[in-house]
Design a protein around this ligand. Structure first.
Ligand code: ZN
Length: 226
């Protein structure tokens, strides 16, 4: 399916808010404003996240707050954000105010570590998986637009248009994340392909927009049709 602008707008917003929420939690944990002593019983991260966000709704700053009706889908997205991008370091001893008495439900386990979460390091397998996602999205574009495209042509397009194909694959992944589908650190590899400079550092002030993704899709559409 070709990307839908409205769905992408929503996903990009969920992503920006996930980032803001995690930053806010990190600050609040460090300053002792959030405590984790209530025991919760949740089996999955999205369920735990939805309830957690709901309970803290009024404290959550505007930049990280979604419409109450969107909390379940935001919680889905937020959980993929944690799983794709960060390693959870279980070390409750770091928290001064509750050394060993905090809740170990999936959400509290993540949140208590928010100030110390480590960005995942990417393996060769993650980078290969990212390439597979790029190739797949180009092949899919061929199918969706009725273009005849074989695997080797798709591979050639990915190798010549790494940034555009990473944006396209990332766009499709963003929409899957609304359903709590986490494709893992390969997604972080896609992100770096367009949000980082080739020298290996983040582009200053980079901000993902729907327009970037849709522009990539139409650029690739022309190539696929050629
Ligand atoms: Zn908990």
């Amino acid at each position: 399916m070709l990307l839908d602008q409205q769905q992408l707008d929503f996903s990009v917003e969920m992503q920006a808010k996930s980032y803001s929420l995690l930053k806010w939690v990190g600050k609040s944990v460090s300053s002792g404003l959030l405590s984790f002593q209530t025991a919760h019983q949740y089996s999955t991260l999205p369920l735990a996240a939805a309830d957690w966000i709901d309970k803290h709704y009024l404290n959550i700053p505007e930049a990280a707050r979604v419409d109450p009706a969107d909390i379940p889908v935001f919680a889905n997205f937020f959980s993929t954000y944690l799983e794709n991008s960060f390693d959870l370091i279980a070390n409750p001893g770091k928290i001064k105010f509750s050394p060993d008495a905090h809740c170990f439900c999936p959400m509290c386990s993540w949140m208590i570590d928010a100030p110390n979460l480590k960005t995942k390091s990417l393996s060769t397998a993650d980078k290969k998986r990212a390439l597979r996602m790029q190739i797949h999205s180009v092949l899919q574009l061929g199918i969706d637009t009725g273009a005849k495209l074989d695997e080797s042509r798709a591979e050639a397009i990915v190798s010549d248009y790494g940034e555009a194909t990473a944006l396209l694959a990332y766009g499709h992944d963003l929409i899957q994340r609304l359903d709590a589908i986490a494709n893992g650190p390969a997604v972080l590899a896609l992100w770096r392909r367009f949000a980082w400079k080739s020298s290996g550092s983040p582009k200053p002030n980079f901000r993902l927009s729907t327009k970037m993704i849709l522009n990539a899709e139409s650029e690739l559409r022309a190539l696929v049709a050629a």
